[in-house]
Design a protein around this ligand. Structure first.
Ligand SMILES: Cc1ncc(COP(=O)(O)O)c(C=O)c1O
Length: 384
């Protein structure tokens, strides 16, 4: 199998699986219990918290574990609005993950005014638009770090500078940048930042929200005192231990592995551009996560390409996994100005640790053949 959908999820790292299995066999204590078996679990959780914090350039006390990246996004947004009842405006972008877009829609139903900043053809927001959207009533700006469908990286440092001048805190969804480019919460200057374990070879169902020390945020899940009273509920201890281990492995493998994956992705991109006439690349030419490749194959339906590749055990995506089951055209591809029929011809290939040079060679052999065959069926000729 050739797995090219690492932005949807990643295979769990063997060291993570091993660590979680050992933990599940040996530790069952409730981290809130005061006797040794509970305290031991608490210690292990704190080690994981320390690791996630260090990877994000943050302090341990600034990390709150959640049940997913989606939950961390919801926590950041609703927690901020609940903590600032005198502000009733929200600024986000048109290309956010549904975890943010749907939270924005829920805010609108509560009477909050939401601005969805447009993006240019490469998927970048305009700083001028941001500047003019901010008012003294803006409670929060939420702009993703890297986009899950096209990989475009937003100018976060500038976004933070502009928002700070206006006295508005900034949240960023860093689920797709964490592990692929440097993500340092303190250097970026953001107030809130979301990450998720299953995108970095960790378990599903665990995420974290970085909350800058001193930032006002209200409890998101009400109940016990877990996560310092902000996210109640007995913790997903094994998931959190696995998250910590995934971050350790990531730090160990370091930039060398990242560079290897980027090189493979660049070779695949070049190969597609050379071998498939009419293939159109989507995303920023420079400011993007290099392992994400999104291509339009005008005249074809992405599903047909995806299914043909799947028969060769090559797995790609038609965009975001979350919209996979709906007929709707991707809101991201629409926002960068693609016509619906072009947007429906796009496939995303996201590379990761499981990929090799051999994988790239196989895809560069199979994909051009599949495209040529589908084009001959539909009688589509890109040049004419
Ligand atoms: C940008 C982005 N944000 C949030 C999420 C949601 O994370 P989770 O699957 O942990 O809920 C994803 C996952 O696809 C994502 O790509």
């Amino acid at each position: 199998m050739i797995y090219l959908d690492h932005n949807a999820t990643t295979p769990i790292d063997p060291a993570v699986a091993e660590k979680m299995a050992g933990f599940l066999r040996e530790q069952f204590g409730n981290p809130s219990s005061l006797y040794p078996i509970g305290r031991r679990v608490k210690e292990l959780m704190n080690e994981a918290r320390e690791r996630v914090a260090a990877a994000l350039g943050a302090d341990r006390g600034e990390i709150y574990f959640t049940g997913s990246g989606t939950e961390a996004d919801n926590f950041a947004i609703f927690g901020t609005f609940d903590a600032s009842p005198d502000r009733n405006e929200f600024v986000t972008s048109a290309i956010e993950h549904p975890a943010v877009i749907e939270s924005a829609r829920a805010l609108e139903r509560r009477g909050i005014k939401v601005t969805y900043l447009p993006v240019d053809e490469y998927g970048t927001i305009s700083l001028d638009h941001l500047r003019s959207a901010l008012t003294p009533r803006t409670a929060l700006v939420s702009i993703m770090h890297a986009n899950n469908e096209i990989g475009t990286i937003q100018p976060l440092a500038e976004i933070v500078r502009i928002a700070r001048e206006a006295g508005v805190p900034v949240h960023t969804d860093a689920v797709q940048s964490f592990g692929k480019i440097d993500v340092d919460a303190h250097k970026l200057g953001v107030d809130l930042l979301t990450v998720s374990a299953h995108k970095i070879y960790g378990p599903k169902g665990v995420g974290a929200l970085y909350v800058r020390r001193g930032e006002a945020i209200a409890p998101f899940v009400h109940g016990g005192h877990q996560e310092r009273g902000l996210r109640a509920g007995t913790e997903n201890t094994a998931g959190i231990i696995g998250f910590g281990e995934a971050v350790r492995v990531m730090a160990d493998k370091g930039r060398k592995e990242r560079a290897r994956i980027e090189k493979l992705a660049e070779a695949l991109k070049r190969g597609i551009e050379e071998k498939i006439p009419g293939a159109r690349f989507n995303g920023h030419p420079e400011h993007r996560v290099k392992s994400t490749l999104n291509f339009a194959f005008p005249g074809l339906e992405a599903e047909a390409i995806l299914l043909a590749l799947a028969t060769k055990e090559i797995y790609v995506s038609t965009g975001s996994a979350c919209s996979e089951e709906s007929e709707e055209v991707s809101h991201v591809l629409r926002a960068i100005g693609l016509r619906p029929e072009i947007a429906r011809s796009c496939i995303r290939m996201s590379l990761g640790r499981s990929n090799s040079e051999e994988d790239v060679a196989v895809v560069l052999r199979e994909l051009p053949e599949i495209i040529a065959r589908l084009r001959s069926i539909t009688n589509f000729h890109p040049e004419g």
